[in-house]
Design a protein around this ligand. Structure first.
Ligand SMILES: O=C(O)c1ccccc1NCC(=O)[C@H](O)[C@H](O)COP(=O)(O)O
Length: 216
């Protein structure tokens, strides 16, 4: 936690970036196990670096519509939390199976919600945490574009028993406005603190830490 805000730094591929994020006070490190992502890290590579990753932050497996087998492999690799991106048309049965597999307390649901669509009430008991990312038709995450901060605020106010994570295009320049407008207590950063996909910009990360400390 930096100030009063929990921080996830996503798209980790390098030990040195994970260390800088941890030194800053990041609560979560995200590893994208999705081959189509430019920040893809194979599970094999994750297992290689896992023993030398900084001890503090919790490790989040970021997956897209995983099979139960793939989810099982991520569980076996020792991740703490499981962030699943998925189409809003995914069946309730599928979401229920993910929840049953990892447990609602370890599941972060990241639905790809088109503008105007809210999180369906049916999904709420299936995960303790929801990550609201920017909708972009061509992909599932890492868009670099900011989303609907008002929609985030409404969900967080309506369902305070859940943890809500704001994602999408956040960077040191817009973070203060984003937190003010959304009321987010947990934020996810990715391309806004990179020099290139999968490579974190240590100067921007430190700037981000300063911004969060100033917000308090
Ligand atoms: O970042 C990706 O490439 C990605 C691809 C597929 C699924 C998820 C992905 N990222 C997950 C995240 O949690 C990102 O941090 C989130 O989408 C925000 O990214 P950005 O807009 O770059 O800040």
């Amino acid at each position: 936690m930096i100030g009063n805000t929990y921080l996830k730094v996503c798209g980790q591929t390098r030990l040195e970036d994970a260390q800088v994020a941890a030194d800053l006070g990041a609560d979560y490190l995200g590893f994208i196990l999705y081959p189509k992502s430019p920040r893809y890290l194979s599970l094999e590579r994750y297992k290689e670096i896992a023993p030398t990753l900084p001890a503090g932050p919790r490790r989040v497996a970021v997956m897209v519509e995983p099979s139960l087998e793939a989810l099982g492999e991520a569980i076996a690799a020792g991740f703490d939390l499981f962030q699943i991106h998925f189409s809003h048309t995914t069946s309730l049965e599928t979401v229920r199976a993910w929840s049953g597999s990892v447990g609602a307390h370890r599941l972060w649901l990241a639905p790809k919600l088109p503008p105007g669509e809210d999180v369906p009430a049916d999904w709420l008991p299936l995960a303790a945490t929801f990550l609201l990312d920017t909708f972009h038709a061509g992909g599932f995450g890492g868009s670099g574009k900011t989303g609907d901060w008002g929609k985030f605020a409404r969900h967080q106010q309506t369902y305070p028993q859940h943890t809500w994570i704001l994602a999408g295009g956040l960077n040191p320049d817009n973070l203060t406005d984003a937190i003010t407008a959304s009321g987010a207590r947990t934020v996810d950063v990715n391309s806004g603190v990179e020099t290139s996909p999968g490579v974190k910009d240590h100067t921007k990360l430190k700037q981000l830490g300063d911004v969060l400390a100033k917000i308090g």
